[in-house]
Design a protein around this ligand. Structure first.
Ligand SMILES: [Zn+2]
Ligand SMILES: [Zn+2]
Length: 280
């Protein structure tokens, strides 16, 4: 009721803002959802996205989301925050450079550090799947859910979280990355990690914006949660291709009754048109 009162006060003739129709659509049709503090965790309640759900039959429940959120809070309060405070006390503050990096330095430095981290995590991840004890004590907790959802990105054991934090802090120091590059990369890599776990094969995600299937994105990592011996790399696809552990969806369209496979660059319209290849 409160909202409609606000709408009525808008000038007749409507707003000239380009985004107004989209905003009106969201507010009129999905008000309880978009005003919820859990939005966009509750993306599953928007029918427009249903076709893009990779494992359409599996949806995260509220207890699952709260468990992952609780684990992230616990890890950060009990381990990460004291660790950061300890570093703050023990390690002297770095001297920040007076000059900002160039755009090229930010781009090339970020790609370089991403490639290094991707390699480190690929081999760490593969070893933790091959060794029964390492898997059981370190990595198995991340595989509690076969169908990932955004909050499950941080569904990690403290050992895995510390390993990831160690590399992402050490690599920029070793390669003398500019602090601004490191900060931008940190935000960007968190974005990519969450995107890997959204559980939706959305046509505008980074893996479709970057050509030639260089990035695995949500489709590749969702397959890893279903088939844990495939797709070990966190971001790129080259290590899985080189070592034969890759498994990506094959996309099809139907021309009449004939099934035609679509290769690189195809952005899926519905999840009814893709499936695993036989070798996965
Ligand atoms: Zn995962
Ligand atoms: Zn794994």
């Amino acid at each position: 009721m409160l909202y409609f009162g606000t709408i009525n006060r808008r000038k007749c003739g409507g707003s000239e803002r380009v985004l107004q129709p989209m905003w009106d659509h969201l507010v009129f049709h999905y008000y309880p959802l978009v005003s919820s503090p859990f939005f966009p965790v509750l993306l599953k309640n928007m029918p427009a996205f249903h076709n893009y759900k990779i494992q359409g039959e599996r949806h995260p429940t509220m207890p699952m989301m709260l468990k992952s959120l609780g684990m992230a809070i616990y890890n950060h309060v009990v381990f990460v925050t004291p660790g950061v405070l300890l570093l703050h006390i023990l390690v002297p503050a770095p001297n920040l450079p007076a000059l900002a990096p160039t755009v090229w330095e930010v781009f090339s430095g970020s790609v370089g550090l991403l490639l290094i981290f991707d390699t480190q995590y690929f081999f760490w991840h593969m070893i933790h799947h091959k060794n029964v004890h390492l898997y059981k004590w370190v990595h198995a907790i991340h595989h509690e859910y076969v169908s990932p959802f955004s909050w499950s990105t941080q569904h990690l054991s403290i050992f895995e979280l510390v390993t990831l934090g160690f590399w992402s802090h050490l690599d920029p120091i070793l390669f003398k990355s500019h602090p601004l590059t490191t900060w931008i990369l940190t935000i960007f890599s968190i974005w990519m990690s969450v995107e890997n776990h959204i559980g939706y094969n959305l046509p505008w995600t980074l893996n479709y914006l970057v050509p030639f299937g260089l990035l695995g994105g949500a489709p590749a990592h969702d397959i890893h949660h279903q088939k844990p011996s495939r797709n070990f790399a966190p971001f790129f696809t080259h290590w899985d291709r080189i070592l034969g552990t890759h498994c990506f969806f094959r996309f099809y369209i139907y021309i009449g009754s004939t099934e035609v496979e679509i290769c690189f660059g195809f952005r899926p319209l519905t999840n009814h048109m893709y499936r695993f290849p036989e070798f996965c």
